[in-house]
Ligand binder design. Structure first.
Ligand code: GDP
Length: 363
């Protein structure tokens, strides 16, 4: 499953956010540093309002959303790459993830200790990015020696790797995360193999006070500006509100959101941002049993999409019957869509679009 690491300095609201995400008390929030030691992992449904619409039309018994995994990573403080705080163990946990969500404290509350004794979310993010950059620098320099030897001996793969390593080193030495480097499409795979922490797609999450949950505040504006510079995306949430919302049922949630003047829980925005950050989209399968969302990459072809359901579907792919979501809804289901000529037969090279309702034929 796709994994997103939640990182940030102590007491910025990571556990509160993680708890809200997973609706469990597994990651105990507490007002002191280093309270979460083991990485906590939680599976979260990707909010997808279109599934409900499809299920109603088709009379599906069950709705099955896509899922994304969040990992709460603790112990990241200044000096972490040198073994401070909880030391290096968090690095391996992050390396295992597909993207990083950096939580920044954009709320002011004198009762909650700040490890650096001040509220300055951009500097907080810099501390963390710096630790990750130092870790990348160290690992690249360690690997470079052998790589250079092999490259000089004529090894083609090492030559390409060396070129990419030096590109990363140039960025990092200039104080920029590796993700700001421009990598050609052909080099992408080798680049990903370097497994750099600062090359992972990044989302800066501004945790604001309850009154700023909608539009954010001056601090989150600074974070957003910084995100643009670091090649990251940004999103505003109030972890506190979301943790209160998380324990309510749907009707109560709507009522609470209305009182606050919010359109949706901040978490929905966060999950959607993480999803698009990873270049993901959904297609649907719809029947009387279930309406289900499947996660694919933007640009995936029909056989690749089929492969997400089962590898046999990809291997034996013959064709896909496809209805665009809007057509499916406007014509109230598959039968009428077929009559209206809106059910298309698509072959191997079809690039699946977000929201396609699909049936696969395979041998
Ligand atoms: P972590 O160390 O980053 O995991 O931070 P926690 O989630 O444990 O939060 C630290 C403290 O800050 C807890 O007492 C939370 O209740 C509190 N906190 C988290 N988010 C907010 C917020 O948006 N506003 C306020 N006032 N307090 C918050």
């Amino acid at each position: 499953a796709l994994k997103v690491a939640i990182v940030g300095l102590p007491n910025v609201g990571k556990s509160t956010l993680f708890n809200a995400l997973t609706k469990t008390a597994a990651a105990q929030a507490a007002n002191y540093p280093f309270c979460t030691i083991e990485p906590n992992t939680g599976d979260v449904a990707v909010p997808e309002p279109r599934l409900k619409v499809l299920a109603e039309i088709a009379g599906s018994k069950e709705i099955i959303p896509s899922r994304i995994t969040f990992v709460d990573i603790a112990g990241l403080v200044r000096g972490a790459s040198k073994g401070e705080g909880l030391g290096n163990q968090f690095l391996a946990n992050i390396r295992d993830c597909d993207a990083i969500a950096f939580v920044a404290r954009c709320f002011v509350d004198d009762d909650i200790t700040h490890v650096e004794d001040r509220i300055d979310p951009v500097s907080d993010l810099e501390i963390i990015e710096t630790e990750l950059m130092l870790a990348d620098l160290e690992s690249l320099e360690r690997r470079r020696v052998q790589m250079e030897k092999r490259a000089k001996a004529g090894d083609k793969e090492s030559q390409l790797n060396l070129k990419l390593v030096d590109l990363a080193l140039t960025q990092l030495n200039a104080g920029k995360p590796a993700r700001t480097a421009e990598i050609s499409k052909e080099d992408r795979k080798a680049w990903d193999m370097l497994q750099l922490l600062t090359a992972l797609p990044a989302l800066y999450v501004s945790n604001v006070d309850e009154n700023s949950a909608d539009e954010g505040n001056e601090l989150s504006d600074l974070v957003a500006a910084r995100a643009a510079k670091d090649g990251a995306n940004s999103v505003v949430i109030s972890a506190k509100i979301d943790s209160e919302l998380a324990v309510l049922d749907e009707a109560e949630q709507l009522e609470f959101l209305e009182t606050l003047g919010l359109a949706e829980p901040g978490l929905n925005r966060l999950i959607r941002e993480a999803y698009s950050l990873l270049g993901l989209q959904s297609y649907f399968t719809v029947g009387p049993k279930e309406a289900r969302a499947w996660t694919i990459h933007v640009g995936d072809t029909a056989p690749q999409a089929a492969g997400v359901i089962h590898t046999d579907f990809e291997k034996g792919f013959i064709r896909a019957e496809t209805i665009a979501y809007d057509d499916y809804v406007a014509l109230r289901g598959e039968a009428k869509a077929r009559e209206a000529g809106k059910l298309r037969a698509e072959g191997k090279s079809y690039v699946v679009k977000d929201g396609d309702v699909m049936n696969f034929l395979f041998s």
